[in-house]
Design a protein around this ligand. Structure first.
Ligand code: HGA
Length: 608
């Protein structure tokens, strides 16, 4: 999604803006731009990569001590240079915006009547003119911004500079993240901490409704009522190494290989604290007592983590568990039950649909809320009564990998915490689960060692147009995840089915051209899966089976088998997530697609 960077300093900030924008590239974008104040407002915008915009900025000799930059992921108006940010109003101010302004049409009409001309189709240009309108009335950028945001409906993070005011940047947030980085005699703003950590680690996260002025020597924040407020300064722990590619070809490959470490790090607090509600914060015991159900809300890959968790929660803890796609849940009438624990899962903690679904659940009377998230201080954990932070480290690849497997670890711990609180976990079983968790990073490492065999399979997948993924029980969500990964980065059309559903429809698609991937570890449903495999073979379909060492599957004509590590019981979905990630990655490599920045997709989906 869109990214914002801004800087004010006693040096040229253009290299800072460009470096920040490059660090935001992973979020996905289609155009980029910067504007600086050098006596007058100067701007460079380009569709395509930041590097192209950088070349144009250097050709134009852009340099100044105050500036803003943006990577745009279009929501309103096509991908054109005219629609790229920053937007300039009347030569008076330049503005960048993340989010969606819902009342842009009505404001546009009003501003047109006031004589403002529009040169883009974006909702953002409306904000630029609106602030300019108030700037002309008040002569002060801060109060103009405060007035303007009161007239906006929707979501925004804004950074604004004015021709008349070289001493500050003004920023505002509602529904989209924004933070300020404080340096020595210089200051920065960004929508994501990764854009500023190369300059400073001292950061202040703005809160909903805040408007702030950022000067070289400090920051003044005002809340939605206009009252001056203090927001806590923090030292960001994001490691620069996690933002660099190192020896890998792509961030996705790096992040797939980081999984044993990420899982081990995520396990640390679990193994230290044990399966105790304290794992989820100080209110854990109070809010997990007497649970009558669990409702999971998430999108995309996180939703599939939720589907795995449903099996665990019902099997281990014995409480009913529902899993909803957040963007559906937020718009349907729900029956709130105060005994239900609402669990949201989001890598970034800023996924808009999940955030809104959580707000809706709370408004309908749910007060037991738990966020499973990879980014501290993000919106969803802040709104939740309980939090569990996965320790995957920064995930840069758009296609989620280590965030998914660490979410699974957190959800497995949740199932066991609830089971224990309900008296359903014997000491003996608890010890067995602890042992299994301790071995999990090793099993995942073992799965990673399958990469050469999977890369060989990928060569056969690369020319295909379609693929089917099958799994049953705990592994059906892994089939869903495998199909999603393949679609996302290789653009091969892939569908996943619970294998028992084959003969209810998808079998009609099976012929020699349709590769069928089967997740078939040695669990209670293995024999059923074997029958489903025969159904496919009988129709000439070519099978690619991930079977663990205990599944006793033999290769035969049209049936290729890769043996995953020894069966790891209920944790098997974590291990089997890895080969389907690698299959998607290597297929994308063989097809030559842009693995880390797949077309049309973005990381941190902060718009609806
Ligand atoms: N609505 C604006 C910004 C879009 C955005 O925030 N995307 O993530 C536009 O379309 O330019």
């Amino acid at each position: 999604m869109c990214g914002i960077v801004g800087a004010i300093a006693g040096r040229d900030v253009v290299p800072v803006l460009i470096d920040g924008l490059k660090r935001l590239e992973y979020r996905g974008y289609d155009s980029a731009g910067v504007a600086v104040l050098d006596g007058e407002l100067k701007r460079v915008r380009r569709t395509g990569r930041v590097a192209e915009m950088e070349a144009a900025a250097s050709a134009e000799g852009l340099a100044a001590g105050l500036g803003i930059g943006h990577t745009r992921w279009a929501t309103h108006g096509g991908v054109t240079e005219a629609n790229a940010h920053p937007h300039i109003s009347e030569g008076e101010l330049a503005l960048v915006h993340n989010g969606i302004i819902e009342n842009h049409e009505e404001q546009r009409e009003r501003l047109k009547a006031l004589g403002y001309g529009f040169s883009s189709q974006t909702d953002t240009e409306v904000v630029a003119h609106l602030v300019c309108h108030h700037l002309r009335e008040t002569g002060d950028l801060l109060s103009a911004t405060q007035r303007a945001v009161r007239e906006l409906r929707g979501a925004y993070a804004l950074a604004i500079i004015a021709r008349s005011d070289p001493s500050r940047l003004v920023v505002a947030r509602m529904g989209c993240p924004l933070l300020v980085g404080l340096g020595e005699g210089e200051a920065f703003v960004a929508s994501d901490v990764s854009a500023v950590v190369a300059q400073t680690r001292r950061v202040v996260y703005l809160e909903e409704g805040d408007v702030a002025e950022v000067r070289r020597d400090g920051l003044a924040v005002f809340d939605a009522t206009g009252a001056a407020v203090q927001r806590a300064e923090q030292v960001s722990g994001v490691s620069l190494a996690s933002l660099e590619l190192g020896p890998y070809r792509h961030f996705m490959q790096k992040e797939i290989h980081e999984q044993p470490r990420a899982i081990a790090d995520t396990l640390e607090p679990i193994l230290e604290t044990g399966f105790s509600p304290a794992l989820f914060g100080p209110r854990g015991s109070e809010l997990l007592a007497g649970l009558t159900g669990v409702q999971i809300l998430a999108c995309g890959t996180s939703h599939y983590a939720g589907l795995v968790a449903r099996y665990w929660i019902e099997a281990l803890a014995g409480v009913p568990c529902a899993v909803d796609i957040a963007s559906e849940y937020r718009y349907r009438p729900i029956v709130a039950n105060p005994g239900t624990l609402v669990v949201t899962i989001s890598q970034s903690g800023e996924t808009l649909d999940t955030f809104e679904a959580l707000k809706y659940a709370i408004a309908e009377g749910h007060h037991r809320t738990l966020s499973i998230c990879n980014v501290a201080e993000s919106a969803i954990p802040r709104l939740s009564a309980m939090q569990f932070l996965t320790r995957a480290g920064a995930e840069i690849g758009v296609a989620s990998t280590k965030a998914f497997t660490t979410q699974l670890v957190a959800l497995f711990a949740l199932a066991l915490v609830i089971a224990k609180a309900r008296g359903r976990l014997t000491a003996e079983d608890e010890a067995l689960h602890v042992e299994a968790l301790r071995h999990l990073p090793g099993s995942v490492q073992h799965a990673l060692n399958l990469e050469p065999q999977i890369a060989a399979w990928a060569e056969r997948f690369a020319p295909k147009q379609h693929a089917l993924f099958l799994g049953r029980g705990l592994h059906f969500p892994i089939a869903l995840e495998g199909a999603l990964k393949l679609k996302e980065i290789s653009y091969i059309h892939a569908e996943a089915y619970a294998a028992g559903e084959l003969k209810h429809g998808p079998l009609a698609l099976v012929d020699r051209e349709m590769p069928v991937v089967v997740i078939a570890p040695n669990d209670a449903l293995l024999e059923k899966v074997k029958s489903n495999i025969h159904e496919v073979r009988a129709r000439g379909g070519e099978m690619f089976v991930f079977a663990d060492a205990d599944s006793q599957f033999g290769e035969e004509e049209g049936v290729h088998v890769i043996r995953t590590p020894r069966h790891v019981g209920l944790l098997s979905p974590v291990v089997h997530a890895v080969p389907v990630q690698m299959l998607a990655y290597h297929t994308a490599l063989a097809r030559g697609t842009d693995v880390d920045k797949p077309r049309n997709l973005a990381k941190s989906v902060t718009v609806e």
